[in-house]
Design a protein around this ligand. Structure first.
Ligand code: PLP
Length: 328
């Protein structure tokens, strides 16, 4: 693991790479009491050429900086942290799976180690990075992911921290996640506001591919208006599909009403979630207001999801040259 200590008095200390082990923390530590902490998630892929690649890691570094700012944790030199992570991965390179569907997951974590019970800006902090092997995230069950959509729980709100990867956002989503399981679903489709805006699916960004109200083919995802986590995969899918120039690609508010109406008129072609863990994950069902809505997905052989997944995997494995990869 990589550890880097910080204190207000001494600034950033020298980074250390050492065997994975327990941390020793004061029991009053404010990350444990007040959730002053955050994390990131990215992967190392082993290419067909045997080389190891990260995917757009500077986007994770800048998102981590934004989360740190919001958590009142100190700023860090983004390219220096990336270099430390590169070095850690180099040391542990044998753990990167020799496989197309598996990878090594990198989990940067940043916690307050301030040992006082006062709710205040930490004067001590620890940034550390751990690694683990990752396969494909969801069992690729036929029929796609099932989502439970109910406005009774809220993942994020305007002025909150939903656009930051802060632990509290995830701990407080668990209760709803288990209720989704009670309804026979795998994940929560998080809604927002009176008009039941579609925001995210579990810990993934969400996309709809449809013929919109004006009869245009469109790929749409909610805009980054403060309640959406700015996913690296989300941004990459937007940039990739815009570069194709084949259909309209928009960031717009989407509501359950619009989704239901599109399903009724058979205008919806695909719905999928996106994130580093699963990359892109087709949605097959949405349980909403007592109805089980069937989302067309696996029915169509030339699915958009498989095309996007292939293009992104080709970049990650070095089959298509791209400046989105960072060589270890
Ligand atoms: C991490 C995360 C995502 C996906 O972000 P990626 O950078 O694509 O992995 C989406 N939504 C939430 C809530 C997340 O925490």
């Amino acid at each position: 693991m990589l550890t880097i200590e910080w204190s207000a008095a001494g600034g950033w200390q020298a980074p250390l790479i050492k065997p994975l082990g327990n941390l020793s923390l004061h029991p009053a530590c404010s990350s444990l009491h007040y959730g002053i902490q955050l994390f990131e998630g990215l992967k190392v892929y082993r290419g067909d050429d045997g080389r190891l690649r990260l995917f757009r890691p500077m986007l994770n570094m800048s998102r981590m900086t934004n989360s740190a700012k919001r958590a009142c944790l100190p700023a860090f030199e983004q390219s220096e942290l990336l270099e430390c992570i590169r070095r850690l991965v180099e040391v542990d390179q044998d753990w990167v799976p020799h496989s197309d569907s598996a990878s090594l997951y990198i989990r940067p974590t940043f916690i307050s180690t301030e040992a006082t019970l006062g709710v205040k800006k930490p004067a001590r902090a620890l940034l550390y990075v751990i690694l683990c092997q990752a396969g494909s995230y969801f069992s690729s069950e036929a029929g796609g992911l099932s989502l439970w959509a109910d406005p009774k729980y809220t993942r994020a709100w305007k002025g909150g921290t939903g656009d930051c990867k802060m632990g509290g956002n995830y701990g407080c989503s668990l209760f709803a996640q288990y209720e989704a399981v009670d309804y026979g679903c795998q994940q929560v489709l998080w809604l927002y506001g009176e008009d039941h805006q579609i925001t995210e699916a579990g810990t993934m960004n969400i996309f709809l591919h449809w013929i919109n109200e004006d009869g245009e083919e469109e790929l749409a995802t909610p805009p980054l208006d403060g309640i959406i986590l700015p996913g690296v995969t989300r941004q990459s899918i937007l940039e990739l599909t815009r570069s194709w120039g084949e259909f309209k690609v928009t960031e717009r508010h989407l509501t359950m009403g619009q989704l239901c109406f599109a399903l009724q008129q058979q205008r919806l072609t695909e719905m999928f979630g996106s994130g580093t863990a699963c990359m892109i994950c087709p949605v097959g069902h949405v349980v909403y207001q007592g109805k089980n809505l069937h989302i067309p997905c696996q029915d169509n052989p030339s699915q958009l999801t498989s095309r996007i997944a292939k293009e992104l995997t080709d970049i990650q494995c070095g089959r298509s040259p791209s400046d989105w990869t960072f060589l270890v």
